[in-house]
Design a binder for this molecule. Structure first.
Ligand SMILES: [Cu+2]
Length: 206
């Protein structure tokens, strides 16, 4: 057997195997993650002062969602964020970064009262049911927040200019709705396509 020829064949075989492996990796890397689409848009509110108290959400998206931990702070005698969106089963840690004691309670749905706690302390509540929970402090009646608990995580609080984006939504047709502390807009049907953005804007009124 010609040794030189033998090693050339071995080299050729290894080369082809390497090339095939490389091609596989390149194909995997070049395939974009197409699972899910984005829903985004702008919300206008009349009167505009209620705009920040707005959540856009998709109703009834089938699936099971791993519980998350979220937090709502008390700082500068305010609940921060003022509006928090959560999924049924999520736990919210209530923090206190003020120099005074605060209380945390909500009279809504399966109401809770986490008592009064000092600066630096934390109290938690797990939200077992969907609904809007007005977040109050019994010591400071001017403090107000909202925790909006939905069936699924496909929901977003609008930003200061009314924009919102809900990402990684499974492809399908859904009802999209808006919660606002004072105003309303009719829900509507949208279709979400993998890798695409679906636009849904709303005008809120009384
Ligand atoms: Cu307080």
């Amino acid at each position: 057997m010609d040794l030189a020829r033998g090693s050339r064949i071995t080299f050729n075989r290894s080369y082809h195997r390497l090339a095939a492996t490389l091609a596989m990796f390149t194909a995997a890397a070049a395939t974009p993650a197409l699972a899910g689409g984005t829903v985004s848009g702008k919300v206008e509110a009349m009167p505009a002062k209620y705009l920040e108290e707005t959540v856009v959400y998709l109703k009834d998206v089938p699936g099971t969602y791993a519980p998350k931990s979220l937090s709502m702070d008390q700082q500068g005698m305010k609940f921060i964020p003022r509006v928090l969106v959560a999924t049924q089963g999520d736990t919210v840690d209530f923090l206190n970064h003020d120099t005074v004691a605060h209380n945390v309670f909500s009279p809504d749905n399966d109401a809770y009262n986490l008592g009064t706690f000092k600066p630096g302390e934390k109290r938690s509540h797990t939200f077992g049911s969907t609904g809007v929970y007005t977040q109050l402090c019994s010591i400071h009646p001017e403090m107000l927040g909202f925790i909006v608990v939905e069936q699924n995580p496909y929901a977003a609080v609008v930003d200061g200019s009314g924009h919102y984006a809900v990402k990684d939504v499974p492809a399908g047709t859904y009802e999209i709705a808006v919660w606002n502390s004072h105003l309303k807009a009719a829900p509507r049907k949208i279709t979400v396509t993998d890798g695409k953005t679906t636009e849904a804007s709303f005008s809120l009124h009384r």
